[in-house]
Ligand binder design. Structure first.
Ligand code: SF4
Length: 342
């Protein structure tokens, strides 16, 4: 059954924080929020959705459980009325770790929320402090535990390349998300938006955003953690609609329309190189690398990026696809079957 998300953006409502990277109005692409519009947004979206699709209403954009309680409940009532009518099957919302407590979770449960996405960004207290998140790791641990204990699906959102962060702390964050039993994750390489504190830090030379290559490399390292644990990665990088192409908003940082594909391609490249490194190769072998059917373009990489790098390293190497290979699996054939491995 096709799954369709109807996003309802709640820009920065009720959030007293100002994380250094956040310009929520810019990120969500919504300047004003009118609660009365919510029904219209949902109705308009439903008109484009097949009747048999599995539909979810998703309150994104700010800290949903931090908005005025009456408004939050009225939004949940609206969303729940679509569940009651059978047109929508579930609700999800995104929020911060410190806006989770028993009272809030009771309300979310009552109105049929299934999934809670938590903006963790990093598990490093140093990074959380530099980025002025306003909560520490302890709050992340407690909120994740409560969300899972209440029976909600947990999705962890994390960032790459924040000030004070490095690849080790990012891998650590991904491992934490996995260890909390998350069903999904989102990976956001840090982008600098105008009028944010991160923008001022960049202009003052206190922060340097990641190059595209570094963002791809570090995101791939994190993606590998999620793949290994079987945690679905729902999104890598902001959507292009999120003002990334507007020079009035975007200042610096990894900005590529196919960032997710680049990261997935990098995972394939790393896997292929790692598999080949287990063999004592002279460089004269004929190597065939097979991946799962439908994954060849990911393995070849954007603009043949991986293929070109592999040919440079291994000369006689070709990539192909075959049945019965799991996603992200690799079947190597060296010198026509002398060595095979997955
Ligand atoms: S908590 Fe979320 S909405 Fe609030 S400032 Fe931080 S990133 Fe922006």
């Amino acid at each position: 059954m096709r799954h369709v998300n109807i996003p309802v953006f709640i820009p920065h409502l009720g959030c007293p924080n100002q994380c250094v990277f956040c310009n929520q109005r810019t990120i969500s692409g919504v300047d004003d929020f009118v609660a009365d519009d919510v029904r219209r947004i949902i109705d308009d979206a439903l008109e484009t959705v097949e009747n048999d699709a599995e539909v979810e209403i998703a309150f994104f954009g700010g800290s949903f459980t931090g908005i005025d309680r009456t408004l939050m409940i009225s939004l949940l009532e609206i969303a729940h009325s679509y569940i009651a009518s059978g047109r929508v099957s579930s609700i999800r919302c995104s929020t911060r770790p410190d806006y989770i407590d028993a009272e809030i979770l009771d309300i979310l449960k009552k109105y049929g929320v299934k999934t809670v996405e938590l903006g963790l960004q990093s598990t490093s207290d140093k990074v959380l402090e530099i980025t002025k998140r306003g909560h520490n790791f302890e709050a992340e641990l407690k909120s994740c535990q409560m969300i899972v204990d209440y029976g909600f699906d947990l999705v962890g959102q994390m960032m790459i390349g924040l000030p004070g962060s490095d690849i080790d702390s990012e891998i650590e964050t991904a491992r934490f998300i996995v260890s909390m039993g998350a069903v999904g994750a989102r990976i956001y390489p840090t982008v600098v938006f105008r009028d944010t504190e991160l923008c001022f830090m960049t202009e003052a030379g206190e922060y340097t955003s990641l190059s595209l290559d570094d963002a791809v490399r570090r995101s791939a390292a994190v993606l590998e953690v999620f793949i290994e644990a079987g945690v679905e990665v729902i999104r890598i990088g902001l959507q292009s609609s999120e003002n990334l192409s507007d020079p009035e908003s975007y200042v610096a940082g990894p900005n590529h329309s196919a960032l997710g594909e680049l990261v997935i391609g990098e995972v394939y490249y790393n896997k292929i190189c790692k598999s080949l490194s287990h063999h004592n190769l002279s460089g004269n072998e004929n190597i065939t690398v097979l991946v799962s059917r439908g994954s060849l373009s990911k393995a070849v990489g954007q603009n043949k990026r991986n293929k070109l790098r592999l040919v440079e390293k291994y000369k006689n190497i070709r990539l192909g696809e075959a049945d019965n290979i799991p996603e992200y699996g690799i079947l190597l054939d060296i010198n026509n079957g002398e060595i095979k491995c997955i």
